[in-house]
Write a protein that binds this ligand. Structure first.
Ligand SMILES: NC(=O)c1ccc[n+]([C@@H]2O[C@H](COP(=O)([O-])OP(=O)(O)OC[C@H]3O[C@@H](n4cnc5c(N)ncnc54)[C@H](O)[C@@H]3O)[C@@H](O)[C@H]2O)c1
Length: 258
C-alpha cells in the first residue's frame, strides 16, 4: 500500500461504512489523522483504538456538521491547533432527502445543497488555506453524479435514488475540476472518487432482491465490498498521485461504462 508516513490528514465523514476501512489503512500507512464526523462517539472510540495501536502517531476526533458552517470553522481551528498544517483532506460527507421529484420543496432541495455543495466547498477552501506547501484534496462523488438511477432497480415502495443527491454529486464533480485548475499552481491537487453500488449490509437485513437488481447493473455482476474504496482514496492521498489533478476515479465495477 502507498506510503503516508507523517502525513497530516483530515477526514470528514470519517467513520461511515466506506470511510472506516480507509482511515484504518491510512493509520497503518503512517498518517496522523483528524477524524471529523456527526458521529462523535464512534470517532472518539476509533481515534482511541488507533492511538493504542499506533502510539507514535497522532489521532484526534472532532464533531462536524457539514451543513453548519460554524462547526466547519471550529473544526479547522482544531486542525490548525493540532497539526499546524494539512497534507490531505478527504470529504465523504453526504446528504439527501428520500423524496420523489414531485415531493421536493425548495427548502428540502436547498438543505441538501447547503451540505453537499456549500459545505464541501468550505471544507476544501479551509483545507487549502492549511496547505502552504501543497497538498491533496479528495472528495467523494457518486455514480449518480454521472448517470441517472435506472427506475427498474427501485421497486415500490422503494423510491429511486433522489434527484437532490445526483444533482449535488454532479455539482461536486465540477467543483473538483474547477478547484483543481484554481489551486494547481499552488501544488494543491483536487480529485474525486466515484463509488458505484456499495450497499451497507446493515441496511439490508430483509429481502435481497434489491441487491440482486443492483448486481445486474454491474458488468462485474456484483456490488462493491466495503474495503474496495480504500485503494483509490489512498492512492490520491499519497505522493504516488503527484501529477493526478482534476480527475474522478470510478470505483463502480463498470456501472458507468455501458
Ligand atoms: N455506499 C454507497 O453505495 C455509495 C455510493 C456512491 C457514493 N457514495 C458516497 O460515499 C460516501 C460515503 O458513503 P457511505 O455509504 O460510507 O455512507 P455512510 O452514511 O455510512 O457514511 C457517511 C459518514 O459521514 C458522516 N456524515 C454524513 N453527512 C455528514 C455531514 N453533513 N456532516 C458530518 N458528518 C456527516 C456520517 O455520520 C457517516 O459517518 C458518501 O459521500 C456517499 O454519498 C456511497
Amino acid at each position: 500500500m502507498f506510503e503516508l508516513k507523517n502525513k497530516k490528514i483530515a477526514f470528514f465523514g470519517a467513520v461511515g461504512y466506506l470511510a472506516t476501512p480507509i482511515i484504518w489503512k491510512m493509520a497503518e500507512s503512517g498518517a496522523d489523522l483528524l477524524l471529523a464526523d456527526f458521529n462523535l462517539d464512534r470517532a472518539v472510540k476509533i481515534a482511541q483504538e488507533m492511538s493504542d495501536k499506533y502510539p507514535e502517531q497522532k489521532f484526534e476526533a472532532v464533531y462536524v456538521d457539514g451543513g453548519d458552517y460554524a462547526s466547519i470553522d471550529a473544526c479547522f481551528k482544531k486542525i490548525k491547533d493540532t497539526f499546524g498544517k494539512l497534507d490531505v483532506m478527504v470529504s465523504g460527507i453526504s446528504a439527501a432527502n428520500n423524496m420523489t421529484v414531485e415531493e421536493f420543496t425548495p427548502e428540502t432541495m436547498n438543505k441538501t445543497f447547503a451540505v453537499h455543495l456549500t459545505g464541501s466547498f468550505l471544507l476544501a477552501r479551509n483545507a487549502a488555506d492549511l496547505m502552504p506547501d501543497g497538498g491533496s484534496i479528495v472528495i467523494f462523488s457518486s455514480m449518480y453524479g454521472q448517470v441517472a438511477p435506472d427506475p427498474s432497480v427501485y421497486h415500490a415502495p422503494m423510491k429511486p435514488n433522489p434527484i437532490d443527491y445526483g444533482i449535488a454529486k454532479a455539482g461536486l464533480n465540477q467543483m473538483i475540476r474547477y478547484l483543481a485548475v484554481h489551486w494547481g499552481p499552488k501544488n494543491i491537487r483536487v480529485n474525486g472518487v466515484s463509488p458505484g453500488p456499495f450497499p451497507n449490509p446493515a441496511n439490508y437485513t430483509g429481502s435481497m432482491d434489491f441487491i440482486e437488481r443492483l448486481e445486474q447493473k454491474v458488468p462485474m455482476g456484483r456490488v462493491g465490498k466495503q474495503h474496495e474504496m480504500a485503494g483509490a482514496v489512498i492512492y490520491l492521498a499519497s505522493d504516488e498521485s503527484s501529477f493526478t489533478n482534476g480527475h474522478i476515479i470510478n470505483v463502480d465495477g463498470g456501472w458507468t461504462a455501458w
